[in-house]
Every structure is written in structure tokens, then in C-alpha cells.
Design a binder for this molecule. Structure first.
Ligand code: ADP
Ligand code: MG
Length: 712
């Protein structure tokens, strides 16, 4: 039978001996249709019989997996009217009772004589040993030392032992070609593909299983990296970028005029960006930098490279408030800068080399229709140098005369399509350079997987002179007193504070109510006599601006708010951040919130208030107390929550990561990426590795990628 995975993908499971229409229908339920599906239907667990603990030696409270035979089964209606099925099982030496609630079908499933693997916690109930609602797998009779247990087989009505038999048949009849070159396998000591598939399904030892898993993990990660690296190379090969001139004086003047020297990291990253900008391919770079690392200066430097060469720059922010803030800040930074007037309006002086003010404008959904019309006309004739805005920048009707550099702030809220749409905004031939900035650090290996088609720069140094933020966890009775004492003391010393109200994810309305309640409680109690402001999602834009303005100007001492203050608020005089019910927030959010203080010279403190309600919450809050390093926190977050959350949108539909975990296998991500660069080389279509190329097409059918390429 077939030698490549691609061929196996084309053969239905019914071709296997023993798979009739009924089995096929059951397999269909677990999405196994082709031989390839079956091959990649990996066991979810293995029962290692060499390590098996006899039932009689298990202690109550222990979680265990046991192989047992059903002796008898029966059902009755329990007192709370729930249907209860009980079975007596034995391993030949000792027995126990297994109880199921609300699973009436168990009575039919667990007929006497059936061999089952039970996974659950042993309890002692009225002096009898039992498990309640354990996970059950039917394994049939099996003599091997390591028994594979297949996922969801019981629900679909496929016996785990049947799957094992079919897989064995498939493995026996298939000869596997290995598309990964020998030297690559040798370098990492990887077993060949045939061994890997055999041992993942029917290992002789746990060691063999580990080897098999490692090889298949490598294959999965390699496919993802090949696709990303290919995408990157193809983009480079098919698009013409602008060769920006970085020798102009605008950027230099900007740096000279800053009231501080650039940090080493800023200088390094700006150099990296300038190298991209002078190159023939459009830049496609991700800038990761923790809150307060100084990304804005880097962004403006990139925009000015475009402007000094006669192009335009665009900066896109996720919210109107942030766009407005950027607009104000950047306009101030660039006050008094001039550029040659070359706008296409028949201006007689244009060619006379006259200068005009460098123009920075704002376009959001709050821009009036008349203003918008005026801006768009100016944009098209080249009278605007830098346009700052929200999603409004990528709407119909917005077109630049010569868009050179695009900066996207807070990337996590923008998808691939939006990036592509923005790049398509220029009326000129060449594709603009794109810099994506994010303040949500993600671990390096995750970045390689999620943003593997981008180059990555990291701003890993905070500007000097910041006093580190001390984080305290105010837990237990009486702990809150210290918090409010500190707030009052800091206010008395002329400082300001934030109080973040409990997060209510389920309902906006409840969250607003809770914020109002907190405000009332504090105003009439612990913070009586201080000047308090309230900010939440239902406060209208102009009131919000007014409250923010008063806080910024020092007319308010304490800002009680929901997470609306999460991003972008910059008040250096605020030195206390109090987060109520901190346990409800995720690490990234806590980190963002904490970043609102520690922006000036004075020492700042962040209080996490409340007990942890889960073990995970406990670890989260402890990590926050331990470190302020965003990258370290990102690692913890990945550890606690798994990769799903990081992959988000981008990974949807990319279901090839069955065995690989970005946590457990992090060193393999880098290795796979290295190999991918080697194999793709200057050959983006992988013509030199046709088997791999073919495999990619079948295993990673990525519409997202196709769409992306079409648009850019
Ligand atoms: P973020 O990376 O969070 O966007 P910003 O660009 O808003 O950070 O910068 C945070 C603050 O640090 C701003 O007030 C900015 O003026 C200041 N800053 C930026 N770079 C430097 C530097 N090299 N030295 C001192 N302060 C700096
Ligand atoms: Mg910023």
C-alpha cells in the first residue's frame, strides 16, 4: 500500500479489512474517514502494564488507571431521582464498585465479562472501595505490555481495541517513505517515520513511545514552520517594496530633539527596522516591547523614514482614545518639523523647493463627515505626511498618494486581513512596509509559531530612571486596610491612585453596577474626603475624556475604573494601582493594568486584592508578585493556560498540532524553524523537496494563507 501520507489521505478506511459500514459510521463520528485520519488518530493514553498497581494496593484518594473485568452491573434511581448505574469489577485479585450518575447507557456498555480501563480517583464509601464517574475505555482483551487507549472511542461506539487492530493492519500493509532528509534526522537523533507511526500506536516500551512522539512532534512543527517560512519567502519574491533612504535628516533631527537619549534597545531596533526599510522587500516586522519600553519613539522613527523620502506614514491604533492620544503626543513631538512641499495640486511653488509644516492628522469614526472628506482629499494629493487613526484607516475610500510605512499598534486586536487591507491602501505600485507593535509579550517559541511569517524585534530594556513597581498581594482578613492607608498617604503626598473594580465578564451591566457600588463604598468610607472619579464602559466619550482630563490635571486624586484604563493611559503622577478581586483577571491583563503606574520617578506600588479562588489563580497572582518582566509572565501564562489562548484566531483551522505542545516541546519549535529555513532556502515552492511540499498542501490547507497572499 501507499508510501506517502498524501496517498493515505485519498484512501477511505473502508478499504481496511474489518472496517464495514457500521464501523465506518462510528469512525466518521470521530472524524476518521481516510487511512491518514486513522493513522493520525493517536492514543490519548497508554496503560503501562509493567507498572500496573493491583487494585488491592491502591489507596483511597489516589488517582489511578486500572485494568479490570466487569463482574456484574445494575441500575436504580437514587434518592435525588438521578439514575445511578453501579458495576462490580475485579482485577482477579481484588474488586471495587464503580458508580455512574446520569449515564444510563453504562448498563448496556458494561456487560459482565467486559475488559475495561478505568481512570479515576479511588474513594472509600461506607467502608467500600469505589470510583465515581471514572473515565472508561473498552480495550477488549489485550496481551501487549502497553495498551493504547484511543480518544472518545466509547462515545462513538468504537472499541479502543478495534482501533488498535485496524491501525495494526494499516501499519502492516503500508510502506512509509520518509520526506525528512536523513541528515536532518541524524542531527536530532530522530527515528524514521515508519518506526514513529508504529511506536506511537503500539510501543514496546515507554521509551520507544517517547522517541516516536518526538519524531511526530518534530514533523508537526516542521510543517507549520515550512509553511510560515515559505509564506515569508514567497511574499519577498512576489512583492516589490520601497527602497527607503535612511540617510535623510528628519530622523536624525527627531532623535536630537528628544528630551532623552535613546535606550540601547531602541537604537538596536531602529537599526533593524532601517535595514528592512532600505531593502528591496517590504518590511514585515513584529515589534514586541513591554509596557513603557518606548515603542512610540521607534514607531515615529520608522514613519519619519517614509516621510523624509517623500512618502506617507500611517499609524493604526485599536481604539479611538488611543489614536487620539497618539495623535496629540506625536504631533507635539514633531512640532516645528518641515518637509519639502511636493503636493500635487498645481502649486507653483512646489518645484521651487519651498518647505511646509510636517502634517500629522487624525482619522477615526468620530471624525465628522466634512472633516473626513477634507482629510481624504488631502491624503490623496499628498498634503498629509502622517495619518493616525483606528480601523477607519482601512475603510473604503481612504487612499494615500504614496503610503510608505504602516505601523500597527497593539497588534493582538488586528487580524491578518486587516493588515493586508492596510497594505493595499497605497495607490502607488510598491507595497508599503509594515511594522506591527505589541505590548503583550508572548514567549519566543509561541511568537515563532504564531508570527512565524514576520521578523521579530524585541525592545527588552526599559528607559532608565524608572523605579521598579512593588507588587503586594493583599489577601486574608484585614489586608485591605493597608491598601487604603497607602492610597490616603500617597494622595496626602500629592500622588494619585487607580482603583480597578472587579471584572464581570458575563455582563457589561453588572460590571457597571459593581463599579458604581465600589465608587460609592469608597467615597463614603475608606476614601472619604478624597476627590474620586468614576470611569466605566457606559460613560460616554466626552464625559470619559473630561474625567480623564481632570485626573491627568491632578483635579482628581483617585480614579475608580473598570478595565477601560487598561491600555494607553499615561499619568506619571499616579503611584498606586489597586486591583480588586485580582484573581478574576488574566496575567496579561494584570500586567497591563500594573503598567499604568511606575511611569514617573516616584516609587509605585500595585496591590492585588482578594484571595485566590483556584490553584491557577494562586499561581497567577504569585507570579505577578514575583516579577514585573512581561516575558517571564508570558511564559507563566503559557504554562498555566496552554497554547490555545495564544494561538487564537491565527491558529484556527490549523489543526496539525495534535501532539506538539508549545510548552512541552518549546526547544523543538526553534529546531524545526531552523530546518525549515534550511529546506526552503531560496526555493519557496520547495521544488527540491516535493514530498514535503505535497504533504503541506494536504495537511495544512490554510485558506487564511491563500487569502493573505492574494491581498498583499
Ligand atoms: P510603550 O512602549 O508602552 O508604547 P511609550 O512609547 O508610550 O511606551 O513610552 C513610555 C514613556 O517613556 C513615554 O513617556 C516616553 O516619552 C518615555 N520614553 C521613551 N523612550 C525613552 C528613553 N529612551 N528615555 C527616557 N524616556 C523614554
Ligand atoms: Mg504605546
Amino acid at each position: 500500500m501507499a508510501g506517502t501520507l498524501v496517498r493515505l489521505a485519498g484512501i477511505p478506511v473502508t478499504e481496511l479489512k474489518g472496517v464495514g459500514p457500521r464501523s465506518a459510521a462510528a469512525l466518521e463520528q470521530v472524524e476518521v474517514r481516510s487511512l491518514l485520519d486513522l493513522l493520525m488518530y493517536y492514543p490519548r493514553r497508554y496503560l503501562d502494564r509493567t507498572k500496573e498497581v493491583p487494585l488491592g494496593q491502591l489507596r483511597p484518594g489516589e488517582e489511578a488507571m486500572v485494568l479490570a473485568r466487569v463482574v456484574s452491573v445494575g441500575s436504580r434511581v437514587a434518592r435525588n431521582r438521578r439514575r445511578m448505574v453501579t458495576a462490580e469489577v475485579t482485577d482477579g485479585q481484588a474488586g471495587m464498585r464503580v458508580t455512574f450518575f446520569n449515564q444510563p447507557w453504562r448498563e448496556r456498555q458494561l456487560t459482565p465479562g467486559t475488559e475495561v480501563v478505568l481512570f479515576g480517583k479511588l474513594e472509600l464509601f461506607r467502608g467500600r472501595r469505589q470510583m465515581t464517574n471514572p473515565v472508561v475505555d473498552l480495550v477488549g482483551d489485550k496481551t501487549g505490555r502497553i495498551i493504547p487507549v484511543y480518544p472518545q472511542s466509547e462515545k462513538a461506539g468504537v472499541q479502543s481495541s478495534d482501533v488498535a487492530r485496524w491501525v495494526a493492519e494499516l501499519l502492516r500493509r503500508t510502506r512509509f517513505d520518509d520526506p525528512v532528509p536523513d541528515h536532518v534526522r541524524a542531527r536530532w537523533g530522530l527515528v524514521d517515520r515508519r518506526r514513529a507511526f508504529h511506536d506511537i500506536h503500539a510501543p514496546e516500551s515507554m521509551r520507544d513511545l517517547q522517541e516516536a512522539r518526538r519524531r511526530l512532534v518534530f514533523d508537526e512543527l516542521l510543517r507549520v514552520q515550512l509553511e510560515l517560512v515559505q509564506r515569508k519567502r514567497e511574499l519577498e519574491a512576489t512583492t516589490v517594496g520601497i527602497r527607503h533612504d535612511v540617510g535623510g535628516e528628519l530622523v536624525a533631527r527627531f532623535h536630537q530633539r528628544l528630551p532623552f537619549p535613546l535606550t540601547g534597545a531602541q537604537r538596536r531596533v531602529i537599526t533593524e527596522i532601517e535595514r528592512d526599510l532600505t531593502g528591496p522587500h517590504p518590511m514585515h516586522r513584529l515589534l514586541q516591547g513591554d509596557v513603557g519600553a518606548g515603542k512610540t519613539v521607534v514607531a515615529v522613527s520608522a514613519l519619519l523614514v517614509a516621510v523624509q523620502g517623500g512618502h506617507q506614514g500611517a499609524l493604526m491604533a485599536p481604539t479611538a482614545v488611543l489614536a487620539e492620544q497618539h495623535h496629540l503626543g506625536i504631533r507635539r513631538m514633531l512640532e516645528g518639523f518641515t518637509v519639502p512641499d511636493t503636493a500635487e495640486d498645481g502649486n507653483l511653488f512646489a518645484s521651487a523647493g519651498l518647505d511646509r509644516e510636517l502634517r500629522v492628522e487624525l482619522l477615526t469614526n468620530r471624525t465628522t463627515a466634512a472633516e473626513r472628506r477634507r482629510l481624504l482629499a488631502e491624503l490623496e494629493r499628498g498634503g498629509i505626511d502622517i495619518l493616525i487613526g483606528t480601523h477607519a484607516l482601512i475603510q473604503e475610500g481612504v487612499s494615500f498618494r504614496a503610503l510608505g510605512v504602516v505601523v500597527i499598534d497593539e497588534q493582538h486586536r488586528f487580524g491578518v486581513e486587516q493588515r493586508a487591507a492596510l497594505r493595499a491602501k497605497s495607490t502607488a505600485e510598491a507595497v508599503p512596509d509594515v511594522l506591527v507593535m505589541t505590548a503583550t509579550p508572548i514567549p519566543r517559541t509561541a511568537a515563532m509559531t504564531v508570527y512565524g511569517d514576520l521578523d521579530v524585534s524585541v525592545l527588552d530594556e526599559l528607559p532608565p530612571g524608572r523605579t521598579p513597581i512593588v507588587t503586594r498581594w493583599a489577601r486574608g482578613p484585614g489586608a485591605e486596610e493597608e491598601v487604603w492607608d497607602t492610597v490616603r498617604a500617597e494622595v496626602a503626598a500629592g500622588r494619585q491612585a487607580y482603583v480597578v473594580c472587579p471584572l464581570v465578564e458575563e455582563s457589561d451591566k453588572l460590571e457597571v453596577a459593581s463599579a458604581e457600588e465600589t465608587f460609592e463604598r469608597l467615597a463614603g468610607g475608606e476614601l472619604r474626603g478624597l476627590r474620586l472619579g468614576l470611569l466605566h464602559g457606559r460613560v460616554g466619550p466626552s464625559d470619559k475624556e473630561a474625567v480623564m482630563g481632570r485626573f491627568r490635571d491632578g483635579e482628581l486624586d483617585v480614579l475608580v475604573a473598570t478595565t477601560v484604563i487598561e491600555v494607553g493611559v499615561d499619568v506619571p503622577n499616579a503611584t498606586v494601582m489597586v486591583i480588586l478581586d485580582a484573581d478574576r483577571f488574566g496575567i496579561a491583563q494584570l500586567h497591563q493594568l500594573r503598567g499604568r503606574v511606575g511611569r514617573g520617578e516616584a516609587a509605585s506600588v500595585c496591590y492585588l486584592v482578594g484571595d485566590a479562588t483556584t490553584a491557577e489563580g494562586e499561581q497567577r497572582l504569585q507570579a505577578m508578585v514575583r516579577t514585573t518582566d512581561g516575558f517571564e509572565l508570558a511564559e507563566v501564562d503559557l504554562e498555566l493556560r496552554g497554547e490555545g489562548t495564544i494561538m487564537g484566531e491565527r491558529q484556527k483551522g490549523r489543526n496539525d498540532l495534535r501532539l506538539a505542545s508549545l510548552r512541552r516541546d518549546r526547544e523543538w519549535v526553534g529546531r524545526a524553524r531552523e530546518v525549515a529555513f534550511e529546506l526552503v532556502g531560496d526555493d519557496p515552492s520547495l521544488a527540491g523537496h516535493p514530498a514535503l511540499a505535497e504533504e503541506l498542501a494536504v495537511l495544512l490547507p490554510d485558506e487564511d494563507a491563500a487569502e493573505f497572499l492574494l491581498k498583499s
